[in-house]
Design a binder for this molecule. Sequence first.
Ligand code: ADP
Ligand code: MG
Length: 679
Amino acid sequence: MNGIEYLLSNINNIIGIGDKTANLLKKKSINTIFDLLWNLPRDFIDRSNAFKINELEVGKTQTINVIVKKYNFPRIRNLPNKVICEDQTGKIECVFFNSYEGYIRKILPINQKVTINGKINFFNKKYQIVNPTHISSDEKSIKKIYSKYSLTEGINEKKYQKIINEVLKNLPDLDEWLSYDIAKKFNNISWKNSIIQLHDPKNLNKKGNFLYRLIFDEILSNFLISSNIRKKIKKIKKVKKVFNDESIKSVIKRINFKLTEDQLKSIGEINKDLKSDRKMFRLIQGDVGSGKTIVSLIACLNVIQSKFQVAFMAPTEILSIQHYNLAQKIFNNDIKIRLLTSKTDRKERKTILDDLSQGKIDLIIGTHSLFQEKIKYKNLGLIIIDEQHKFGVKQRKKLSDKAGKNCDVLVMSATPIPRTMIMTMYGDMDTSIIKSKPKNRKEIKTYSKNEKNINEILSFVKKQIFNGNQIFWVCPLIEESKKVDHQSSIKRYDFLKKIFKNRVGILHGELGSFKKDKILSDFLNKKIDIIVSTTVIEVGIDFPNANVIIIENANKFGLSQLHQLRGRVGRGSKESFCILMFKTNLSKNAKKRINILKSSNDGFKISEEDMKLRGYGDLLGFKQSGIKNFRLADPIQNEDLFFLAENEVKKIEALNENLNKYLPLLKLYDRADILNDIV
Ligand code: ADP
Ligand code: MG
């Protein structure tokens, strides 16, 4: 077994680990020896300092040097065995549950000097140590500072120490994969030494080359994998799309606004990709309300003009319905558009599938049901995925593979994230960024209110409705479970109905398409003034006339999520409001977060602040991204290392370097499990 194989091998291979222990660790997702290295010390115990018995502090884990004086082994089973020890200042009792007499006599021989470590108790006017963590007749062996790990149930500290020491002792020397220049930046510290230092109790909370090197490794492997996927995709040849740029004029005529500079720039970039003989794999990144939909629909039109089909996928049915309605509005009748979701009935579904395979449908809009195995397209030329941040690299890659050779891929995401995160999450794609928002936008005024003052909110709502405005009223999930998540909205709906009569509608995931569509069109046609909903409206939906959003139990949401929800209003030219409702008085931290939201409408800034407060791992969608959390790297704190890695990857790409040298790194750190597919 070489070094890498050893590290990636099953933890059962560690000497001293039996099946029982291995299974306990596996429950904590520690499967390989490599995994074990990332269970990092949380604290350390200093056993180098021995105390006199009369100096001991109850509750602390301390070390004593004592002489064994007397055994007390009861004849009755289930009673603990006890051993009295003493020093010049007093007596202490060691209490053993589940240890045999013979064993105790061996480790604590009468009249011998021993060193004992454990948690100090005081019971029956006596000092006690119950099940000492360490006993030794050799004083030196215990004079050591130990790393303390968060323990798994069923594995005691001593056992864990033994396991980790065994692993650290046997760490293999790996060939250096870092380039000469980079290795020098980290003072040539090897991977192995870095790991050893990472576990050294003296380095707890310390930073240094050992840490930076390991962080860099983690980022580099991520970027190299992305770069590789990207290179593979770039090699794929396709039939060029042929279309006339003029045809989009008819669409522009049907919308009553001028495209922003960034929208035009993105359209230009997409058109160039479509017309090239290489497959497009592009991301449009833009804050909520920046106008991504129209850009993607123009791409649809161009592809359909080149006699290809387009599949447009949205994360929710509600959003699909809305895109479908918009496409019908802005395209000519000769373009055949259909909607397909999990709620589409069987008969209709069958017709749609037949029509797709015969090329009778140009544009199919729907949820992920669009990519089920059964669907055959006659000649799919473009896949568009809206609000795709809930997909990971792996899913994207699968989609692109499945899409077929001539199929371009365009994805859109509204999660505004710092550049380091874009690099991490979308390194496999080309990106178009829409920064500028349409000119007519006004800032959304954001307030927080205690639920007790709901009457104030109601009178505000009445006033807004009187002025012809419309309202979203969002209730949070009660539980993650889908079955109950709409209960709080139903309750609120019943309450509001008493006041606003039939001018209120309700929207949640469990309704059928027909009902959803009816509510949406009633809202659009101003037959209702208020939509009470769950967070199903979080992504994408667009009602420029709605200018107030009320979010209940707002402290249940993350900042980025609140920003997404708030982005449902402020899409027209009206003055807009966001009211965050709370059940109790806000904690200091909650107030801080609300203030960030109140003071900014800039998604990039908010997500950055959110990350500082909560850590990047909680950021909307990142958890599901397949990249999962880095073990050490942090896109905010280690920004410089991200840029360093980006540069390094560019160099590697430019030199067309063989990746063999990096294979050990990639194998170890391939967290998305994607490597198998690409090398
Ligand atoms: P998102 O980027 O969040 O998907 P949408 O595409 O839904 O945003 O657009 C938000 C709203 O802005 C829509 O009502 C859309 O019609 C409108 N819009 C898009 N582009 C412009 C523009 N250039 N000028 C004015 N309004 C625009
Ligand atoms: Mg959108």
